[in-house]
Design a protein around this ligand. Sequence first.
Ligand SMILES: Cc1cc2nc3c(=O)[nH]c(=O)nc-3n(C[C@H](O)[C@H](O)[C@H](O)COP(=O)(O)OP(=O)(O)OC[C@H]3O[C@@H](n4cnc5c(N)ncnc54)[C@H](O)[C@@H]3O)c2cc1C
Length: 471
Amino acid sequence: MALSSQSIIAGLTELLGPSAVIGEVARMGAFLIEPRKRFHQTATAIVLPQTVAQVQAIVRFAAEHRLRLIPQGGNTGLVGGQVPRFGDEIIVSTINLNRVRSVDAAAGHMTVESGVILQEAHAAAEAAGAIFPLWLASQGSARIGGVLSSNAGGVNVLAYGNARDLTMGVEAVLADGRLYQGLNSLKKDNTGYDLKDLLVGAEGTLGIITAATLKIFPQPEDYETAIVSLSNLDAALNLFEFLRARARRRLSAFEIVPALGLEMQLRHGMLARDPTPGPSPWYALIEVSRLTKGASGTLKTAIEAAFSVGLLDNAVFAESIADRALMWAFREQMSEVQSKEGASIKHDVSVPIDDVPQLIAEGVAAAERLVPGIRAVPFGHLGDGNIHFNFSQPLGADAKAFMEASDEVVHEAIYEIVLRLGGSISAEHGIGQLKTALLKQVKDPVALEMMRAIKQALDPLGILNPGKLLD
Ligand SMILES: Cc1cc2nc3c(=O)[nH]c(=O)nc-3n(C[C@H](O)[C@H](O)[C@H](O)COP(=O)(O)OP(=O)(O)OC[C@H]3O[C@@H](n4cnc5c(N)ncnc54)[C@H](O)[C@@H]3O)c2cc1C
């Protein structure tokens, strides 16, 4: 017989103690409200384990009583993977699983628990003279378990790769409560399937990650940062290729922002001053890291060379830490500024890098045809072929009416172009509950069958994050 909510809360309280269980809906807000405010379900309870053994106890209890669990980290996910879909789930928050277990800068790795905030992981690496080079605008809230489970990317993928590339090993509680002890720091281990890579990017559907061993790198001596102005995206692409050929792996960021992004941020007083070289249709924020101060081949030299062959219109270089911070704020405030401009339709897509200009040209034309007055604000990681292809509502439009009339039709138009160009409907943010139906339509059927077989093998009762990723 199914347990009542009261019995579930009582059972969990017995396992964890009263301070680690939230059963009143009035106290659940911070765990239920996600950044895009698209999903509005409640939960049976929120549990806040402090130890791996407590996570195991929760999962065993859930398996015994067929209860649905949702792992949650910083609750910054953008596709609703970390919040309930059905309303009766139990959210397993990792916020109290927050210890840095070890940092070994010489060996190039650190081991942290899944509830460590990304920014705290940065600080732990820096205290040891190293960097953990995964930077996201949400790093003050996102936690390692969530970052790994969504295989987050961010602004440094060019040089260091995404979360999967930066993970050496994981420890996770499986759907029957067993502990997978996969924390290792081996560079080479060819002993079968890569189970770590299954858990990274699984969006909490195969296990609850409790800790991870992450790669860390020597701290660069300094960074060179610039914003350049460009008349079009073909020019941006040419400049990217020119700089990559010179800086190679030291080119750590190449991010594009359209003129409208600057206009919006200035209008809302979000920038102390204009960080760009002056009016232009497009800007690129470019960063190069240097391991040795004064090494030859600086960004300035490369940009001057690019300028002399007509690859860019103008450039401004950060001369201080404050300049660099302002340039990065300009890039990182792009999501936030859109929320100040009313409703927006968002796509996190990728295409082969060479096709980014075509994607944006065709996508903007299609959306403007479908919704007169819609304002295209595509921005992001040009160097990874990953664009946050967003559209703000027409000026003065009613937000609700705009979303009701336009959300689906604009999605359809953009995804059609993305798929035609051989791209992905989710480059960074994952599938969650937002894109499960879409995934079913566009993913290779054999790949979907393999994914379902893995889910069935590891979670036969379907208790881990049901209704997410796979329907
Ligand atoms: C302002 C902003 C900027 C962002 N920028 C980027 C960006 O540049 N690049 C990018 O890739 N993403 C970006 N994101 C989204 C990104 O997915 C999250 O910020 C982050 O990776 C998720 O971490 P989290 O701890 O908040 O996870 P949550 O939101 O709590 O969870 C995300 C998913 O992981 C699962 N999960 C969480 N913890 C665990 C665990 N311990 N074990 C198993 N599963 C778990 C959840 O069930 C859910 O499916 C951004 C988000 C915001 C709000």
